[in-house]
Design a protein around this ligand. Sequence first.
Ligand code: UDX
Length: 447
Amino acid sequence: MPSVSRSTDPRINVIGTGYLGATHAVCMAELGFDVIGVDIDADRIRRLSGGEVPFYEPGLEALLRKNLEAGRLTFSGSLAEAVDQADVHFICVGTPQRHDSGAADLRHVDAAVSGLIAAGLGPADLVVGKSTVPTGTATRLAAKLAAGAPGAELAWSPEFLREGFAVDDTLRPDRLVFGVAPGGTAERRLRTIYARTIDDGTPVVVTDHTTAELVKVAANAFLATKISFINAMAEVCEAAGGDVVELASALAHDARIGHRFLQAGIGFGGGCLPKDIRAFQARADELGVGRALAFLSEVDAVNARALTRAVALAREALGGSPTNRVVGALGAAFKPNSDDIRDSPALAVAETLRRAGAHVSVYDPAAVVNARACYPNLRFTDSVVSAVAGAEVVLLLTEWHEFRELDPAVLRPHVARPVVIDGRGALDPGRWRAAGWTYRALGRPQR
Ligand code: UDX
């Protein structure tokens, strides 16, 4: 049960109400605080105020409504109103990749800090950065605050939430990282805000601004590297005749390696891993240590090759040329339990085949609306059966539960040729083969 907010409790402002900010605002209210969420996107504010989450995130809408009804949570387009009401200001705005380089575009973060100062940030206010930023940003912003709002403090506390598990990751994170300047009040105040989470056993790492910024990009670089490692092993398996799924399962028994993020397939996408590894490299170059992160270019290249290999497998299954061939694609989101299509490998594969002349029909349980807006030339359907109708090859591109559970025998009469390419290593080959399908997957032998 959330505690009842007292007059001495921190009053919280969350700037930016995207995946990170909307979830953070709702979860802070769920922890019992009075929260105001601010965004420059009026439509987003209207929808959130009306109890509607503008993106797909399991569990979030129920908590949003509960906390709106409890009167702990409001949304506004006015930063001045938020500065008036709150004393702790979380920055949760996006840091997309710049158009002209791999570096991060920090204009929204800078605008948030300038906006706070212009709105009259007081000497007792705390600003907490959660956006993923290149290291050095917090030091620069702290100087900006010192000049524009003397006395106000800055902390950097990166967020590690995964889409699809955002609520749970926010309320029960693996760890909290507090990047604080020495001698200030930020650590004590952050410990007050997260008291319940800390009492539940969540470890806290208190460090400086720079290290806190690095923790986030290092974590994402590690995860991307782990995925590309297993995809590189899939390439070797394809050449040597091994099976990457069995290889991964054997590796995973070594507790030092573990089983997570060893799922070979069409690779990583989304709004974080691809842009974060590029921004990390760009920053390392600026710092004169580009060589230390040179391997991340290879991580990116392995990831790009995973797409090419999946397309090649589809071409092979179609006897060489995709022109005028019918392809059924299952999945559009960059991962299951999300409607996010940013850098989605699934759509990259579908679009490449379409450009090569194939008639590609795509079904996704949540991402069709977003996908259609960006890929107007793909055909989108509202069911698995209509996506695979008459298909000469079926591609599994996002491992939604609904697709994992498909009955290959039931699906078979709907396709022209029973050939499935498992782009996520998510299907049971024995089951599909027993139902008369030709099963192909990246890094797995054609038995
Ligand atoms: C990631 C980080 O996990 C999270 O901590 C950070 O805050 C934001 O970036 P997210 O983008 O939600 O989260 O997705 P994640 O679950 O990490 O998956 C990223 C991509 O890797 C997806 O496209 C997924 O399909 C792919 N992936 C993941 C694999 O290809 N193989 C795996 O074994 C795991």
